[in-house]
Design a protein around this ligand. Structure first.
Ligand code: FAD
Length: 468
């Protein structure tokens, strides 16, 4: 029986990063993945394919709607070849997942294909696709089994027309009318993809705003911008049934007043969140405890109730984000190696890759109010930037929240072109506990979208914005 210092179950961004870091630190490492490709949800059916389709559909929308304004004329009709678009996306996925295989080989990590389960706290069974089972011994195990799309109890996901994000990434046709249940990140990103390609898109959301966990200002601005793109929103609507009739999907919901509203479409994307995934893991065989929501219970060191078993990523508490999983992967590897790493969860940024992009780090206004912290606001609109006017991406703003007494930056919330990349400046500043004035006094290249960060910081510093 092969013995390892560390065995990692699951090869998503949490698992594969943990494995690389363990190997870097000199530990004999194995990774177990039930699918034939590595990379987990993120690389196969999450972050990467969704961004590939967002990019392709963005190009198409630009060509149809904006090229003419730029003085670019294309003779003849501009058409979408959905098959080719989906194939390109798959090409990006294949290249990326092969890259993980390369990294495993480079770091001399043993890769096992099969379902990993606990035999006991130090032995793992790997059930392979050929029906055989191999058992390995591991001093330490890291559970990184991720998550799966969740649904509502009364919905039957037929995966043809009543679908999750996984199917939405490989449709054979452009929907005529896609009903999106859930106005969170995944629903909005994929809704925008199909809206750009020509579908009618209706977003039905239970809460009174979209992206409800983000700062309310961002929800409002994103909805305004997506409404201009003709996405329809139905807020405070409680979906109560989803029925398939031939090629039609009928969704019934109660509105705020309790009146029934019926939506008829040809596809319904159910994007109501994700659930932690531990099916087949036999966590109980090792004595590992789960909470009432099915998450593996961990302490501040991401250690389960069994000291040599750790858990990271979507399968534990906290934001379900690839970069959060990666940080936890690194942290656990370093803890096992005897180091003292730390993660500041307040500084894990959240991003929505719609256009305009939405990004945030730190506290929202709502959270600061609730905590009774006195703060000041500096906000700067994207439309006041030369760079935004040059590219005609004028929607959005950057908002900086700083402590009234100390000027320390407590939260940064932004919406606009390239905000997914811009947010890193805010994360860096907050990691070093910068004041708004610190950011305001730094030179930002002109013309760039990043000038909005400087201007918002100036606005937060005694209302000193220069270009508004
Ligand atoms: P996962 O990536 O889910 O990986 C878990 C792996 O474990 C899987 O490969 C699974 O097959 C394997 N596994 C499970 N059980 C076993 C077992 N018993 N034996 C062997 N293998 C097992 N996050 C972002 O930060 N940015 C984004 O832009 C973004 N976009 C997204 C878009 C979509 C459409 C979706 C669905 C998600 C997106 N996410 C995004 C979320 C992101 O994908 C997850 O947060 C991330 O993948 C979590 O990583 P993980 O390592 O915890 O688990």
């Amino acid at each position: 029986m092969t013995e390892y210092d560390v065995a990692v179950i699951g090869s998503g961004p949490g698992g594969y990063v943990a494995a690389i870091r363990c190997a870097q630190l000199g530990m004999k490492t194995a990774i177990i993945e039930k699918y034939s490709t590595l990379g987990g949800t993120c690389l196969n059916v999450g972050c990467i394919p969704s961004k590939a389709l967002l990019d392709s559909s963005h190009h198409y929308e630009d060509a149809v709607k904006h090229f003419e304004e730029h003085g670019i004329e294309i003779p003849g009709e501009i058409k979408v070849n959905l098959g080719k678009m989906i194939a390109r996306k798959q090409g990006v996925v294949d290249m990326t997942t092969k890259g993980i295989q390369f990294l495993m080989d480079k770091n001399k990590i043993d890769v096992y294909e099969g379902v990993g389960s606990f035999k006991d706290a130090t032995h793992l069974d790997i059930a392979k696709t050929d029906g055989s089972t191999e058992t390995i011994k591991a001093k330490n195990t890291i559970i990184a089994t991720g998550s799966k799309p969740s649904s509502l109890p009364f919905i039957t996901l037929d995966k043809e027309r009543v679908i999750t994000s996984t199917e939405a990434l490989k449709l054979n046709e452009i929907p005529k009318h896609m009903i999106v249940i859930g106005g969170g990140v995944i629903g909005l990103e994929l809704g925008q993809v199909y809206k750009r390609l020509g579908a009618e898109v209706s977003v039905v959301e239970y809460m009174d705003r979209i992206i409800p966990t983000m700062d309310a200002g961002l929800s409002k601005e994103l909805m305004k911008s997506m409404k201009k793109q003709k996405v329809k929103f139905y807020l405070s609507h409680k979906v109560k049934s989803v029925q398939r009739k031939g090629d039609e999907v009928i969704v019934k919901a109660d509105d705020k007043k309790g009146d029934e509203v019926t939506f008829t479409g040809d596809y319904c994307l159910v994007s109501v969140g994700r659930r932690p995934y531990t099916d087949g893991l036999k966590a109980d065989a090792a004595g590992v405890k789960l909470d009432d929501r099915g998450r593996v219970i961990v302490n501040d060191h991401l250690q389960t109730n069994i000291p040599n078993i750790y858990a990271i990523g979507d399968v534990v508490r906290g934001a379900m984000l690839a970069h959060k999983a990666e940080e936890e992967g690194t942290m656990v590897a370093e803890l096992i190696a005897g180091q003292k790493p730390h993660i500041d969860y307040n500084l894990i940024p959240g991003v929505v890759y719609t256009w305009p992009e939405v990004a945030a780090v730190g506290k929202t206004e709502e959270e600061l109010k609730e905590a009774g912290i006195s703060y000041k606001v500096g906000q700067f609109p994207m439309r006041a930037l030369g760079r935004s006017r040059a590219s005609m991406d004028v929607d959005g703003f950057v908002k900086i929240l700083a402590d009234t007494a100390t000027d320390e930056v407590l939260g940064v919330h932004m919406i606009g072109a390239r905000c997914a990349d811009l947010i890193s400046e805010a994360v860096t500043a907050m990691e070093f506990r910068a004041s708004a004035e610190d950011i305001a006094r730094m030179s930002h290249a002109h013309p760039t979208y990043s000038e909005a960060v400087k201007e918002a910081a100036l606005a937060a510093t005694a209302d000193r914005a220069l270009h508004i």
